[in-house]
Ligand binder design. Structure first.
Ligand SMILES: [Zn+2]
Length: 163
């Protein structure tokens, strides 16, 4: 009889504990992110996607880690995700670029910009303007058209953005 009561009490405690665990920490955790959480701010058929290219200017194969979307010079670029700006300035490959740390090992890079509106260390929100499309001499191939260069990374791996 004593053993039966003990067993019942134990069972009740376990059930209560289980309920507590189910209710608390899930609210605090970020949902797992996928590449679809980092859409391109502009749409359309890409001029070029990620991959290797022979650069006439550099006379060598180069890995192009992003997607290029034709855009008129001066087009305003608004990010579609939030995060911390970890670089905003010139880049030897990408002209003027902005890199955003989006947390959880994800980062997004925007190249081919001008008139930056963000600085390093700044937090950006969805739809915030980071700059405008500028002209830069493209070294990956011979694209003369002004365009947004857009990269999504998870850790060391280039991700292919959804379109
Ligand atoms: Zn590019």
């Amino acid at each position: 009889m004593v053993l039966m009561i003990g067993a019942t009490l134990l069972g009740t405690q376990a059930w209560l504990k289980g309920e507590e665990v189910a209710l608390s920490p899930t609210i605090l955790q970020d949902p797992v992110k996928t590449v679809s959480d980092f859409p391109s701010p502009v749409q359309g058929k890409p001029l070029r996607v990620a991959g290797e290219y022979y650069s006439n200017k550099m006379e060598t194969m180069l890995f192009h880690p992003g997607t290029d979307y034709a855009q008129a010079e001066g087009a305003v670029i608004r990010v579609k995700h939030e995060g911390r700006v970890i670089y905003a300035g010139p880049d030897p490959f990408l002209g003027i670029k902005v890199e955003v740390d989006c947390g959880g090992d994800w980062s997004v890079i925007y190249g081919g910009l001008k008139n930056l509106r963000v600085k390093e260390g700044e937090w950006v929100e969805v739809d915030q303007v980071i700059g405008q499309i500028g002209y830069y001499p493209d070294i990956f191939g011979d694209i003369e058209q002004t365009h947004l260069h857009f990269e999504v990374w998870q850790g060391d791996l280039v991700q292919v953005p959804e379109r």
